[in-house]
Ligand binder design. Sequence first.
Ligand code: CTP
Length: 410
Amino acid sequence: MEGELLEGRRILLIIAGGIAAYKSLELIRRLRERGAAVRCVMTEAARQFVTPLSVSSLSEDKVYGDLWSLTDESEMGHIRLSREADLLVVAPATADLIARMAMGLADDLAATTLLASDKPVLIAPAMNAMMWAHPATQANLATLAARGVMRVGPGSGDLACGEVGFGRMAEPADILAAIVRALAPDRRLAGRRALVTSGPTREPIDPVRYLSNHSSGKQGHAIAAALAALGAETVLVSGPTQEPTPAGVRLVAVETARQMLEASEAALPVDVAVMAAAVSDWRVDTAAGQKLKKDGKGPPSLRLVENPDILASIAGRHNDRPLLVIGFAAETENVVANARAKRKRKGCDWILANDVSPGTGTFGGDRNTIHMVDGDLVEDWPVMSKIEVAARLADRIAEVLQSGNLAPHR
Ligand code: CTP
């Protein structure tokens, strides 16, 4: 799935002169792994930080840099550099290059290519915190944003200059995610935010034992991938799973139900929340601090207490309730009737009910049979793969959010 998202896509990566340029090497590798073709332009200053040889080895292409190179211009030309790309990515985007972009300068190959392009542009700024905060930089960023230039990062943290603050270039995984979003062919959810929970939770008994369930995280992860593929900025709050983090998705890894609730609340506000996690209904009241030992007095008894209901909490929010809150219902009998009651009880908009009886192979399997409950309507979906379920659900979400046809919260 991840590979497919960038297979055959052409990225023109413009590397400006900042210490973060080393992270661009990793970005090239990740883009290539996902099937993208990467062509690189380096500014003069960038060559002080990483070598053109490293860049060219990773991109398996020559590196462009000189506006006045007769061979480069006769072979390719700055106009073709942009024409033959689906997306221009500037990483690191230094304060200097951002300023030149904002002014429309064309004083080197990087700036000229950007000026001579009508392709979408994504910048990953990287600079010292003072430079970032400077009104000149902020004004330049506002100018670029108004022109539709997309941005990822920067983050805050330790900076190479020894200061701490804003200006750290986004990590390669986050830039990759932003690239996937920028290139999504169907971007009906662009500008929307989504929250998805996935996987099981683990409730500790002692430092080595826990209560959990068989959820694989396949369905939740596929939904996060499908929402991100439509351009939604997606946060995936997941318990422990073997599933790879889908491209274009920000993962928040958690273990317990309480951590899952906290991370889900921290992701608000969002337009849509899909709660696909198999949350443990109970936890051990007080987990032992040390490993429980066989002490000859028989097995310990575990006192269980109820976990918070994440779906109901999110659906019950007052000021920042998502426009759409969607839950799942894992049932082993009276699937639709139970799901209807569950939807009302939890206050969510839709429930996707599935039969998880042992014979169905739903838990941990690749297929799912869904009955979608929306108010009094029930729609039976044919048996399909979890990836198809995710695509169908994401399509529904996009349709409803676009039409603005949202039922009043029930
Ligand atoms: N859910 C949740 N938090 C919980 C329990 C469940 O967010 N503590 C969510 C699940 O992610 C799912 C929905 O609620 O979207 C229904 O989960 P399910 O296990 O079917 O329902 P339960 O609330 O556990 O009800 P019961 O066990 O009685 O069927």
